[in-house]
Ligand binder design. Structure first.
Ligand SMILES: [Zn+2]
Length: 283
């Protein structure tokens, strides 16, 4: 195992994932997003044996409040952490008060160290967009994408030959439509620049699994009002049973265990059986 991760919390009240890289030297620990307060992040990392001083980098998908909690502006300086934000977020980073002594702006590729490379993938979300990542460490590839309005061809192209995947599964379409939310908000979420529904996410996961050798699949950012972990698990039981053993549905309130990503198996771990509709298309 060279790479493992724990989703410390995921949802509209704060997103944060810790990734541990076990290379040839001392392990390196990074965060993807910092939407929990530094204090809450430290508390949720404690059972993993980690403190904020163990974190060397934070990759930011974007700078909405649920992905970047304001007091990290001071915490990164105190704990000597380097932030990485996408160029398109520059003005937003300035308005958040981020000191560029502790923040590198990226556009494309980030080299964290000689064994760890990160590819950024621009994604549609609100006005400024967000970014997905493929984190590659000693040959192990981990794809991470949240708050994406739609699954683009570029994302599917980059999320190839992965060994681990974390992707949002934000809402159940029926629950969203039936919710008391105002129409403009439903439109913002469902209109291609908001979030992925469970069905949209599942379709992406199935395609990525077919072109990868996934040992972990984590579903992120479930809506508390318009989704339900049991519903999502049932969806996978019905339509992607071959992926259930590798599936983790993450929570806003509880950190997942440290999930190890293995890269020693080649090809899709559990080749998917054609679904009835696909079988029909074959003829
Ligand atoms: Zn979010």
């Amino acid at each position: 195992m060279t790479l493992s991760f724990s989703v410390l919390g995921s949802g509209s009240a704060g997103n944060c994932t810790v990734v541990s890289l076990h290379g040839s030297g001392e392990p390196v620990h990074i965060l993807i997003d910092a939407g929990l307060s530094p204090r809450a992040t430290a508390k949720r990392m404690l059972p993993l044996g980690l403190t904020l001083d163990d974190i060397s980098h934070i990759l930011l998908t974007h700078l909405d409040r649920d992905h970047f909690y304001p007091s990290w502006v001071n915490a990164v300086s105190k704990h000597d952490i380097t932030l990485h934000a996408h160029m398109r977020q520059r003005a937003r980073a300035v308005s958040c008060g981020i000191d560029f002594k502790h923040c590198e702006l990226c556009n494309g590729h980030i080299e964290l160290d000689s064994e760890t490379h990160v590819q950024t993938i621009p994604l549609a979300h609100d006005e400024l967009g967000t970014v997905g990542f493929v984190l590659e460490h000693s040959g192990t590839r981990f794809g991470f994408a949240t708050d994406l309005g739609r699954v683009s061809a570029l994302l599917l192209e980059q999320f190839d030959n992965l060994h681990g995947l974390a992707i949002e599964s934000n809402y159940d379409r029926q629950m969203q439509l039936a919710s008391p939310r105002p129409g403009y908000l439903k439109q913002r979420i469902m209109g291609g620049k908001g979030h992925l529904s469970n069905d949209e996410s599942l379709e992406a996961v199935l395609q990525i699994a077919d072109q990868s050798a996934l040992s972990q699949i984590a579903l992120l950012h479930l809506s508390r009002q318009c989704n339900c972990p049991t519903l999502v698990t049932r969806l996978y039981a019905d339509r992607a049973r071959h992926l259930l053993d590798d599936l983790t549905v993450t929570s806003q309130y509880l950190a997942t265990a440290m999930l190890p990503i293995t890269s020693d198996r080649s090809g899709p771990l559990h080749p998917r059986q054609p679904q009835p509709a696909e079988q029909l298309r074959l003829f």
